[in-house]
Design a binder for this molecule. Structure first.
Ligand code: PMP
Length: 437
């Protein structure tokens, strides 16, 4: 595409940003989002990679966003949404949180990508070690997959063993050893991965036994948050069994806290269960939207971590570390978890009342601060898709088959507004059911 065409489209984008009216995408003449999708399809396979491809979502979802503030997002056509996805987790304090943005601005002036880290690396490492209960040391990366993969490598280095035990259906990243897709993945990539069932201590015991003396690590997520199924909290006895089986087998216990980290408990998601991992992987909420992940470990594994060759060109970027430090400072001074719980409970209670009013069999599972919606007997998520499609067209951004996220920026008035939109969206679904049946 010619530069002049790009400039014309960019101008059109800016003009449409001035529009504040919420309208369904199909009603928008010359939708900027549609133009961008068309251009993207020419230069990007499928127009977008992975789960962030809006073509996977029902009618009405935008692919491209223009700005975010607090708990609101604006798309490139000027539609505003109450955001209940929080960028799939990273936005824990709200889009554009002033303390984080100030830290980012200041650090950007000083420098980001330099020949080595800035002092902020040490400040952030000290703060994360102070925050996470089991952490004696930390290392930083960029993505959640970097952190989970590094945990596995450190566990193998420490134990000199090969097998990694993972729960069937759990997501740990999009790299060959754990990707949910087998496209481009070899049998050898998966050769030492053994599956067990989440919340089933017996199946974990069997998996440990089947690995004989070769178990390097048991990997477990903070709760069961597999896509397209109801969420499930870990039982105390399962959490304890994970710890005990790791200890008995001499294996490393890895908590994948990438998705839940800092929303359930600031000190680590299994703190309320009284079970501490040897290694944990954090990302998403760690820097309120800036690219940062971390591995946190116990003293016993410091030597192994030090021997593993771990590095990445952008892993010491000072801006993300400054964002992370500011985020942890806010999490340390404000009781964000309690706020998320209160807002999540208000949303959950309200949605139950409204769904019942419309005669719809709503289910809500998992922790209230990471809401997950489904409808009973809703094969292929037809009802969930219809509900979310109606909601997004009215300015509420939900997800029909993935857990969602709340942030500190969601206030009672935002939840009340979200509920009033949900009321209308439930009404649309109830009418659709009535007209079909
Ligand atoms: N582990 C869990 C539990 C996750 O939810 C994710 C991301 N959804 C990852 C690992 C991988 O993180 P990333 O996409 O940043 O590589």
């Amino acid at each position: 595409m010619q530069t002049s065409q790009r400039e014309a489209l960019a101008k059109q984008t800016r003009i449409s940003l001035c529009s504040k009216v919420n309208r369904a995408m199909s009603e928008i003449p010359n939708s900027v989002d549609a133009d961008l999708r068309g251009r993207a399809r020419t230069v990007i396979p499928n127009g977008m990679w992975g789960h962030q491809n809006a073509a996977l979502l029902p009618d009405g979802y935008p692919q491209f966003f223009a700005s975010g503030q607090g708990c609101r997002l604006r798309d490139v056509d000027g539609r505003e949404f109450i955001d209940l996805m929080c960028s799939w987790g990273p936005i824990i304090l709200g889009h554009h949180h002033p303390a984080v943005e100030d830290a980012v601005r200041q650090q950007s002036e000083w420098g980001d990508c330099m020949n080595g880290p800035g002092p902020v690396l040490v400040d952030m490492a000290e703060t994360l070690v102070d925050t996470v209960a089991h952490a004696d040391w930390v290392e930083f990366q960029k993505n959640g997959s970097d952190a989970t993969t590094l945990c596995v490598t450190i566990a193998r280095a420490a134990t000199q063993r090969r097998k990694i035990l993972v729960a069937r259906g759990s997501y740990h990243g999009a790299v060959p050893w754990c990707s949910p897709s087998l496209v481009g993945v070899t049998a050898e990539d998966r050769a030492h991965v053994i599956q067990y069932d989440y919340n089933d201590a017996e199946s974990l015991r069997e998996a440990v036994a089947s690995a004989q003396d070769d178990v390097a690590a048991v990997l477990v997520t903070a709760f069961r948050h597999d896509i397209r199924r109801d969420q499930e909290m870990p039982t105390k006895s399962f959490a304890k069994a994970v710890r005990d089986l790791c200890d008995a087998a001499g294996a490393v216990m890895i908590l994948d806290d990438v998705r839940a980290g800092f929303r359930l408990d600031r000190a680590g998601s299994w703190e309320p269960l009284g079970v501490r991992p040897d290694l944990s992987a954090f990302s998403k909420a760690l820097a309120n939207g800036y690219p940062l992940s971390a591995v946190a470990g116990v003293e016993r594994l410091r030597g192994a971590a030090g021997k593993v060759y771990a590095t990445g060109s952008f892993w010491v970027g000072s801006v993300s570390l400054a964002a992370g430090l500011a985020t942890l400072q806010v999490l340390g001074s404000d009781d964000v978890v309690s706020h998320l719980e209160a807002m999540g409970q208000m949303l959950r209670d309200g949605l139950y009342v409204l769904a019942a009013k419309h005669g719809l069999p709503l289910r809500q599972t998992g922790p209230v601060q990471m809401p997950m919606l489904s409808f009973q007997n809703d094969v292929d998520h037809h009802l969930a898709k219809a509900f979310c499609s109606a909601a997004v067209k009215r300015g509420l951004y939900l997800h029909p088959w993935h857990n969602m996220f709340l942030s500190a920026a969601h206030a009672e008035k935002d939840i009340a507004e979200a509920l009033s939109i949900a009321d209308a969206a439930f009404g649309v679904v109830a009418n659709q059911i009535e007209s079909v049946g």
